[in-house]
Design a protein around this ligand. Structure first.
Ligand code: SAM
Ligand code: SF4
Length: 458
């Protein structure tokens, strides 16, 4: 048993949040204490993201900050895990501040690496030599099923990985190079894990995968697809809501998936399905296997089966050679798709990806910025209209906790703090209520709306 205190800072997507939950649980079981305060920590871990250069820059500036801290406290141990650890490996050790580099495929060994770094004051490096072969190991599967816990940051909720890795190789994306090949986890392991989480009070489970609707797992005579997995997880008592992210726009299994939303009251009316672009020429250059028309047909199918389904999208603007005309086609797609919300990213070349090797990042930063702004503006008008439909309606929400950025809500005269929660279809709801509602369901009447937030009274 080691008597040290750790602090972990997490960057990036839900996959990283889940890895943070796993390594925190493993280190706690090994005797480590945890602190929210950097200054109190003996070990600082950074869970990193490589998807855009900006994400990596934020990590480097955090490492820079730790360098100063280490000057006054040389015994401080700094570890880097996640996608940057796999992408940069030894390079991260060279800058002097970092003591441990541990790739996503090696997190079951992180506790051991930390213990060694603390006890022996030696640098530790453990990443995959060949990531495309390394990730499907039983050690990782065991680690996942033992250490997945309810998310302490959002009570009542948990992420559960349905799939690791990605085989899609969208030309701009680093993920297949740092997270390895696609592996669907066994149905029985996922079900066991969700049962355990339900026992810990979890009410909402989000199944994760980079292209989660490619889930396929053969058990005996039956091959389970994502729709089957949703039905299995829906049977678990205590789990009230079930979501899955992120979906790839593919026809295979799509109608079955939306039918699972329709047939199972627990599966939320929510689909996150990135389009990335509305131009067929750009989609081809991105190695996305659909046209804008095919994408819109999938959305039509979804709305025919579940008319009020909330759909979220991702877009990249300023991909190499994207013309004004290509961009207008993206604007057109956003208008037609009528998303609940969209995430818009400026293209960022990632070393080693096909787009970076073969294409020039030739769209000026200013143009990327303008396109980003314009697309969000178009989406904002749609979101405002969709949000407005909630006015006067009563909605059920799962309460996440205190609102981090208090909003003005003059309709409420109680002395209760401002809380935030989400509807099953992922609308953010702000209202005043007792803190004890955190992690519970509540009924709120919507009195006001903005494009991204609904305001109401309990
Ligand atoms: N697997 C998911 C998918 O296919 O949608 C998410 C992958 S990535 C972590 C999340 C989003 O980041 C993508 O949907 C894409 O819009 C964006 N993204 C990925 N690579 C990017 C890059 N090189 N530059 C800008 N945005 C990028
Ligand atoms: Fe990246 Fe494409 Fe895989 Fe998503 S589907 S993780 S964008 S390669």
């Amino acid at each position: 048993m080691i008597n040290k205190t750790a602090h972990i800072k997490s960057f990036g997507c839900q996959m990283n949040k889940l890895d943070t939950v796993l390594v925190t649980a493993a280190l706690k079981d090994a005797g480590f204490g945890f602190t929210e305060k950097l200054k109190e920590a003996d070990v600082v871990l950074i869970n990193t993201c490589s998807v855009r250069q900006h994400a990596e820059q934020r990590v480097f500036s955090h490492i820079g900050h730790l360098k100063h801290l280490k000057e006054t406290r040389p015994a401080l141990v700094v570890g880097v895990i996640g996608c940057m650890a796999q992408r940069l490996g030894r390079e991260l050790l060279d800058n002097g501040t970092v003591d441990i580099v541990c790739g996503p495929g090696q997190i079951p060994r992180l506790t051991e690496l930390v213990e060694k770094a603390v006890a022996k004051n030696e640098k530790q490096l453990d990443v995959s030599d060949d990531i495309r072969r390394a990730i499907d190991n039983p050690e990782l599967e065991d680690f996942e099923s033992v250490y997945d816990r309810a998310d302490k940051d959002i009570p009542g909720q948990a992420f559960v990985r349905a799939m690791r890795g990605c085989d899609n190789f969208c030309t701009y994306c680093i993920v297949p190079y740092v997270r390895g090949p696609e592996v669907s986890r066994p149905v029985n392991k996922i079900v066991e894990q969700v049962k355990r989480l339900a026992g810990e009070g979890v009410k909402l489970v989000t199944l994760l995968g980079q292209a989660v609707n490619k889930y396929k797992y053969r058990a005996g005579e039956k091959t389970y697809i994502l729709a089957d997995l949703l039905y299995e997880v829906s049977k678990i008592g205590g789990i009230e809501w079930l979501r899955f992210v992120t979906s790839y726009p593919q026809k295979e299994g799509f109608a079955e998936l939306i039918q699972a939303i329709d047939h199972s009251p627990k599966v939320c009316n929510y689909l996150h399905m990135p389009a990335q672009s509305g131009s067929d020429r750009i989609l081809k250059a991105m190695n996305r296997h659909y046209t804008a028309q095919q994408y819109l047909e999938l959305i039509d199918t979804a709305r025919q089966i579940v008319p009020d389904i909330a759909i979220a999208g991702d877009f990249i603007v300023g991909f190499p050679d994207e013309t004004d005309e290509d961009f207008e086609q993206t604007v057109d797609l956003v208008k037609k798709a009528r998303y609940k919300n969209c995430f818009v990213f400026k293209y960022s070349p990632r070393p080693g990806t096909t787009a970076d090797k073969r294409l020039q990042d030739n769209i000026p930063a200013e143009v990327k910025k303008l396109r980003n702004y314009r697309l969000l503006e178009v989406q904002q008008a749609i979101s405002a209209e969709l949000a407005g439909r909630f006015e006067g309606r009563r909605v059920t929400i799962l309460v996440e906790g205190l609102s981090k950025k208090p909003h003005l809500n003059s309709d409420d005269e109680s002395n209760n703090p401002q809380l935030v929660g989400r509807t099953a279809d992922d609308w953010i709801v702000v209202f005043n209520g007792p803190d004890s509602l955190t992690g519970q369901f509540a009924q709120v009447k919507i009195t006001k709306t903005s494009p991204l937030t609904l305001f109401g009274i309990l």
